[in-house]
Ligand binder design. Structure first.
Ligand SMILES: [Ca+2]
Length: 295
């Protein structure tokens, strides 16, 4: 079975909740294993609300957080769906969470085989992982662990339909801009990007029963009618594991990012370490698939 580490800016938007359900359902069906989750956007109830969501989904996965991630460019961090979920785990707070980098290092070091990473949020935890030194978990550096054990990284990141696009996950905060640029230039394993332009017009979640806690989370965030599917499309692509089978064509090359502006660029190259996906089907094809998986 394929094993994953899963990064999320849980709380920044509600498509992460839809994506989390797609991932949890795949895990419950025995299609994938999720070894650890890292939250790279930390609000007051981040840890408790995600642990509650996982409990409701019927899975138990180690969760770490990045305590620096509140340092942003004037973002108003509203709580939206987290307080309602956090009430289900009142004994938990962010102080109970380990650092996301430690969760990742342990998951990779202890994995019996290869690991893949799916990321639907900011990239500073992945950057910190790559630059981590040996510790009590493993004498190996993060770069060594990733090179030896990580097979591929799947990212909802970038805007690839226009040169110089700026996309939230890699452009919004100084932390993620610096980390994204570093990762694009130094990550030793292949990366597959699902860009902003792919999921924006694919709307999912509006079909859910109004008693479903996933629908309540989406409604708390202001999207009871459904939300763009940036993150669930990335998770579904990663779970299927083959872009062609998931309904995409890929463009190979090398991604780069301007640290000061957050503008992304892509140089096509058939041998490049990166690829972004392009849709082969109308939006309804992907929306129907996700809506049936989360129902
Ligand atoms: Ca996200």
């Amino acid at each position: 079975m394929r094993s994953f580490i899963f990064g999320t800016d849980w709380g920044a938007d509600c498509d992460d909740c839809v994506a989390m359900r797609v991932a949890c359902r795949a895990m419950k069906k025995g299609e994938i294993n999720i070894l650890g989750i890292g939250i790279n956007c930390v609000k007051e109830h981040a840890y408790a609300s995600l642990k509650a969501f996982l409990k409701l989904e019927g899975v138990d996965i180690p969760v770490g957080i990045d305590t620096r991630s509140h340092e942003t460019d004037g973002w108003t961090w509203t709580e939206n769906y987290q307080p309602r979920l956090a009430k289900l785990c009142p004994e938990l707070s962010n102080k109970d969470a380990e650092s996301a980098v430690r969760v990742y290092r342990r998951a990779i070091a202890e994995a019996s085989g290869k690991v893949e990473i799916m990321e639907i949020g900011f990239l500073q935890v992945l950057g910190d992982l790559l630059r981590s030194e040996g510790d009590d978990i493993s004498p190996k550096t993060g770069m060594e662990l990733v090179r030896e054990k990580v097979e591929r990284i799947w990212l909802m990141a970038g805007r690839w339909d226009i040169d110089g696009g700026r996309e939230f996950n890699i452009a919004w905060t100084p932390l993620t801009r610096e980390a994204s640029s570093y990762i694009f230039d130094n990550c030793p394993v292949p990366m597959v990007f699902l860009g902003w332009e792919i999921g924006d017009t694919v709307i999912t979640g509006g079909n859910l029963d109004h008693e479903d806690y996933l629908w309540k989370a989406m409604n708390d965030h202001g999207y009871g009618e459904g939300r763009s599917s940036w993150d669930p499309m990335l998770v579904l692509l990663a779970c299927i594991g083959d872009p062609e089978n998931a309904g995409y064509t890929t463009v190979r090359g090398k991604a780069s990012l301007e640290v000061d502006t957050g503008k992304n660029h892509f140089t096509p190259d058939p041998q490049g370490p990166h690829a972004y996906v392009v849709k082969n089907h109308p939006d309804s094809y992907y929306a129907d698939m996700i809506n049936s998986l989360i129902k």
